[in-house]
Design a protein around this ligand. Structure first.
Ligand code: ADP
Ligand code: ZN
Ligand code: ZN
Length: 816
């Protein structure tokens, strides 16, 4: 008798055992996929964990449905890494597997199957069964995998679907993500035939009766003689004063030819062939130091101020790594927000770069997975968000974690609640690879690791091209209000600087950390503000749609005409968001182009990339936005950055609020003045003497680090204590409180005063679920493993209590 233990992509702790025959046992290894029956009627795709001959005690094993691969698609290093993640972040291996594998690899009984609309299908290649599925899908798409079962009259359909996916006939799930294709610019040239003088003369003679067309041609020659660059259609139209119909008829007659060039390629200023930029002196020094540091340390932090040219240093390291044939993983916080950087890397490394992103189509993801697995040159460099960490690297040499301080490296929901930066360090360790972290505003934890000599540290203090760090000034708006020098939310000083910047033909970025028009609507008569029916928060007014919206659950309703409580029609708004700033701007600067960047304006597929394009092409004079603005954008012409109000950042109830405010304000400021001229930053605040703001204004990371770490030390927070947060959720308030209290007391028996709570968070009801938290703090000298073991033990007892069976417990390790 032979058996395999498999990992199912579900949140159950243990592996499951199935029986296999002798041949199967000889063929299978860890990392193969098999389809297995589960429960009454379900079929799952599972990953083989091990093959053995130990019959499990006490139950009859089922046999597998079938083997889905010819070779393993998961490596043993991956499994080892995933086990570490499951163990460290207190979730199941199945949950990690589910997060790790592209869902096309994990067909299961809930899968929806849809027809690829633009599939080119050669029906002769399809098997009878595949053809039946295709036929059904042509009739109706998508269909449930159970429908496929009844169509084929068998339960075991995974292999058939697998075949159809491979032939690109179908996709699973309906989600399709189109990649943004950058704007193509239309150019025009003379058809090659007319390059010969003879033909050209003939042509011009033949056009004597079409003077307009002739004029277009003459102008084209003029332009060409002045400039060797390709001639844009718009330029030609302007020069010849012709209509586009005239140009079109020349194209139709095949006298002119149109062609397209991707805009960024045309604008690229480097010489052709001279691909990688020459590093300047400070960059060279930094690169040398990084390499030296790598001789002793596996992890190095590059602390380089904004616009110091960190990317170019990464590029050099990547280039050297490429020569060794090893793989490189370049991790970014949010792929969608970094189109600029991807274009830059693709420009340098061309088809050696693969991008891996959870929003790419399933086929693309499977393709990248397979390329990495087979060490294809195409995937030697992988750029990806946090999930790229799960790819089947076999020969990883370098991991770059760019903007390592970014909170979005941490996954909050669902499990695994892992931190991609920290998990990357473990991954690198398994591969004997090096990790380079980079940031202008490192997280306290990482900097602390440098201070305690765990990581190497390399600093880069000068901006590229010797551009000065922006000149940051704090504007006391309390004073301005008193002296009546405010227009709406703008101080006289900000308005003056804006006017000057616009006069200089430079662009402006304004930062407001809230979307919407004004967060809260309040009745002037009775003071009531409309609340979300599902959550414990006030609704936010969005003027554009005349709506009240909940930013937690998405609930929305039309703006009220009168107070729901007292009927008064005098409603007022308090606080302000991006939308209101935009409205004020439009009346303050009616002649300028104003745009807004926040969650509401970037919902469409390519909306974000379009805004970036417009800003780059200087079609926007003033851009107002939320913290999306802080994400490593690199623009040439931003003269001024204004922060509308720094106070709501600082007052956020979280132990990291000050660190985060510093990072955010420095990053936003860093968008100013990236070429030649020194940029200007104005930060409006009611509290200009706040230490964090003072530190931001003089660019003093070190003092910030020192003061914040002292506080963390005094209040027992990371990096001195670790924390694990337990969140309890239920629709019944009393029950959730009772359950949390029970849990808290059970934990305290062992962990004593290091258990805090239960305490309700500021928003204590979301989507009708009541929420309360318990925080476990773990001193350095206390064993992390034992603490987790104890929590697991309490969890098991908790699970046995019937009364609490509806209460959800979410465990979040390193919950910050
Ligand atoms: P950081 O990531 O540190 O904020 P970037 O790498 O984006 O900085 O560099 C800022 C700007 O300076 C970019 O536009 C980049 O192209 C330019 N730059 C940096 N290093 C060089 C170099 N060695 N040669 C030419 N341009 C450079
Ligand atoms: Zn009222
Ligand atoms: Zn809500």
């Amino acid at each position: 008798m032979y058996f395999i233990d498999v990992i199912l992509p579900i949140p159950l702790k243990q592996t499951f055992t199935y029986s296999v025959n002798k041949d199967e046992a000889a063929f299978l290894k860890q990392g193969f996929r098999v389809a297995v029956p589960f429960g009454k009627s379900k079929v799952y795709t599972a990953i083989v964990y091990q093959v053995h001959d130990q019959a499990p005690q006490g139950y009859e094993t089922k046999s597998i449905d079938q083997i889905l691969d010819e070779t393993p698609i998961v490596t043993s290093t991956q499994i080892k890494h995933w086990e570490w993640i499951a163990d460290y972040y207190m979730c199941t291996l199945g949950e990690v597997v589910k997060a790790a594998l592209p869902s096309a690899f994990l067909l299961e009984s809930e899968t929806m199957v849809s027809l690829n609309k633009d599939a080119v299908i050669d029906e002769t290649n399809l098997s009878d069964e595949e053809f039946l599925v295709l036929e059904a899908l042509e009739h109706r798409s998508p269909i449930h995998i159970n429908d496929v079962r009844s169509i084929l009259d068998k339960s075991n359909v995974v292999k058939v679907l697998q075949g159809l996916i491979e032939q690109r006939v179908i996709s699973v799930f309906e989600e399709v993500y189109e990649q943004y294709s950058p704007k193509l610019k239309r150019y025009i040239k003379l058809a090659p035939r007319y390059i010969s003088e003879e033909n050209l003369r003939e042509l011009l003679d033949s056009l004597t009766r079409a003077p307009k067309q002739r004029e277009v041609l003459m102008q084209l020659f003029m332009l060409q003689s002045k400039d060797k660059k390709p001639i844009g259609v718009d330029k030609l139209l302007k020069a010849s004063k012709a209509s586009s119909a005239t140009v079109k008829s020349l194209v139709d007659k095949q006298i002119l030819e149109e062609f397209y060039i991707k805009k960024d390629r045309v604008n690229y200023e480097g010489e052709a062939g001279e691909d990688v930029k020459q590093l300047n002196e400070p960059q060279q020094v930094a690169l040398k130091e990084i390499k030296k540091s790598f001789k002793e340390k596996d992890i190095v932090l590059l602390h380089g101020v904004t616009s110091s040219g960190k990317t170019e240093i990464y590029v050099q390291l990547i280039e050297q790594m490429l020569k060794t044939g090893q793989q490189i993983l370049y991790m970014l916080p949010e792929i969608a927000l970094t189109t600029q950087l991807i274009t830059r890397l693709q420009y340098y490394f061309g088809d050696k770069v693969s991008v891996y992103h959870s929003k790419y189509t399933l086929n693309e993801r499977v393709e990248v997975w397979n390329n990495v697995l087979n060490s294809k040159p195409k995937a030697q460099i992988v750029i990806g968000a946090r999930s790229s960490l799960f790819l089947p690297f076999s020969n990883l040499g370098l991991i770059i974690v760019d903007e390592e301080h970014e909170p979005s490296f941490k996954q909050y929901n669902p499990a695994p609640r892992y931190h991609a930066r920290d998990s990357a360090v473990v991954l690198a360790n398994y591969h004997d690879a090096k990790t380079l972290m980079g940031s202008a505003t490192p997280s306290l934890e990482t900097y602390h690791n440098c201070a305690t000599d765990k990581y190497g540290l390399v600093t880069l203090n000068t901006r590229f091209g010797n551009v000065l760090m922006p000149d940051i000034e704090l504007v006391d708006i309390k004073e301005k209000h008193k002296k009546k020098l405010m227009k709406g939310h703008f101080s006289d000083q900000l308005l003056e600087e804006m006017q000057e910047t616009l006069n200089n033909n430079e662009q402006i970025i304004l930062f407001q950390n809230r979307r919407g028009f004004s967060p809260i609507v309040e009745c002037n008569t009775c003071g009531t503000s409309p609340q979300c029916p599902n959550c414990d928060v006030s609704l936010t007014y969005h003027q554009y749609k005349k709506e009240l919206r909940c930013h937690y659950c998405g609930y929305h309703t039309a703006m009220l005409v009168s107070c729901m409580a007292c009927g008064s029609e005098s409603l007022d708004s308090k606080g302000f968001g991006t939308e209101q700033i935009e409205t004020e701007l439009k009346s303050l600067f009616p002649k300028h182009n104003i745009a807004r960047m926040d969650q509401d304006t970037t919902k469409g597929k390519h909306a974000y990339a379009k805004l970036i394009d417009q800003l780059e092409n200087q079609e926007i004079d003033i851009l107002v936005g939320t913290q999306m603005l802080a994400k490593g954008l690199d623009f040439r012409n931003i003269g001024l950055v204004g922060v509308m109000n720094a106070d709501n950042l600082l007052n956020f109830p979280d132990f990291r609020a000050h660190e985060r405010s510093f990072q955010l304000l420095q990053q936003v400021s860093g968008r100013a003045g990236r070429t030649k001229k020194r940029g200007k930053v104005l930060i409006q605040t009611y509290n200009p003497y706040h230490t964090i703001l003072q530190q931001v204004s003089i660019n003093d990371y070190k003092t910030m680090y020192k003061m914040q770490t002292d506080e963390r030390h005094n209040y027992k927070y990371p990096p001195f204590y670790r924390t694990i947060k337990l969140t309890f959720k239920d629709r019944n308030l009393q029950k959730v409180n009772k359950a949390a209290l029970w849990y808290d007391l059970a934990l305290e028996q062992q962990l004593k005063e290091n258990v805090l709570g239960p305490e309700a968070p500021p928003v204590s009801r979301i989507r009708n679920q009541y929420i309360t938290n318990v925080l476990v703090k773990i001193p350095k000298e206390q064993s992390l493993a034992k603490t987790k073991e104890y929590i697991n033990k309490v969890q098991r007892s908790f699970n046995a209590i019937k009364e609490f069976s509806s209460v959800r417990v979410i465990i979040d390790v390193d919950n910050y």
